[in-house]
Write a new protein. Structure first.
Length: 220
C-alpha cells in the first residue's frame, strides 16, 4: 500500500510539472496565431486560413490534455458539506453539453444529498460523463441515475456505447491507460482518485455493451 501511494504521488508530481511546462509554449503559439490572423485580414488565402484552423484545433486539444493532467495532479483539500444530488448532476452535465443526437436522461430522488466537496464531487462525476460521451460518439444515449444505498448515494452512469473489453477493464483506472486514439487516459483515474478522497468510490459495474460506472459518495 505504501509503495502504491508513493508511486501515485510521483505520478501526480510528474503530471503537474509536465503540464505547466507544456502550457507556456502553447500560450505563445496561441498569441502568434492571433497576431497572424489580424495581419492577414479578410483577403487571406484559403489554404493559409485552413492551416491556421488546424493549428488552433490542435492547440485546443493540447490544452484539454494539459487540463486533464492538472486535474489529476491537483492536491485535494476537500471541504465537505451537504450537496444536493440533483444540483451536483446538473452542474456536471452543464460543463460539457452533449452533441445534438445524444440523449441524456437524469433520475435522482428529490431530497437526496451527499456529504462532499462540491467541486471535487462534480469533477469525479464529470469524468465519468466525459467517458460516456466518448463511448457514444455523435449519437446514442447516456443516463445518470441516483439511488440511495447503505450510508451512501450511488450515481450510475450508463451509456449506449460498445462497452469495455475484459482486457481494458483490468487496467481501466490506471493513470495513462487508455484504449482511445486520443487522450491521456487520466479521466477515470482522476474520477476514482477524487471519489476515494471524499470517502467514496468509483467502479465499473457492467462492461456492456453499454457500460455502467458507479460513483458512490457518503450520504447526509
Amino acid at each position: 500500500m505504501a509503495n502504491s501511494m508513493a508511486e501515485r504521488d510521483r505520478t501526480e508530481r510528474m503530471a503537474n510539472v509536465i503540464a505547466h511546462e507544456i502550457r507556456n509554449p502553447l500560450a505563445v503559439i496561441n498569441n502568434s496565431i492571433y497576431f497572424v490572423k489580424t495581419k492577414l485580414g479578410s483577403g487571406a488565402e484559403a489554404k493559409v486560413a485552413k492551416h491556421i484552423g488546424i493549428i488552433e484545433g490542435e492547440v485546443k486539444r493540447a490544452n484539454e490534455m494539459i487540463g486533464e493532467m492538472l486535474a489529476y495532479a491537483r492536491p485535494l483539500e476537500a471541504q465537505a458539506k451537504p450537496v444536493a444530488v440533483r444540483e451536483l448532476i446538473d452542474s456536471a452535465v452543464a460543463l460539457r453539453p452533449a452533441p445534438a443526437k445524444v440523449k441524456t436522461a437524469v433520475s435522482a430522488p428529490k431530497d437526496a444529498r451527499v456529504l462532499a466537496d462540491p467541486e471535487a464531487a462534480r469533477l469525479a462525476l464529470r469524468k465519468l460523463l466525459d467517458n460516456a460521451l466518448d463511448a457514444v460518439g455523435e449519437s446514442g444515449s447516456i443516463s445518470i441515475q441516483a439511488q440511495a444505498a447503505a450510508g451512501s448515494v450511488e450515481l450510475l452512469v450508463r451509456d449506449s456505447g460498445p462497452g469495455v473489453s475484459a482486457e481494458a477493464a483490468a487496467r481501466l483506472f490506471e493513470p495513462f491507460s487508455s484504449t482511445k486514439p486520443r487522450g491521456l487516459g487520466l479521466g477515470l483515474a482522476t474520477a476514482r482518485k477524487f471519489a476515494e478522497r471524499l470517502g467514496g468510490s468509483v467502479e465499473l459495474v457492467e462492461r456492456g455493451p453499454g457500460a455502467v460506472f458507479r460513483l458512490r459518495l457518503p450520504s447526509v
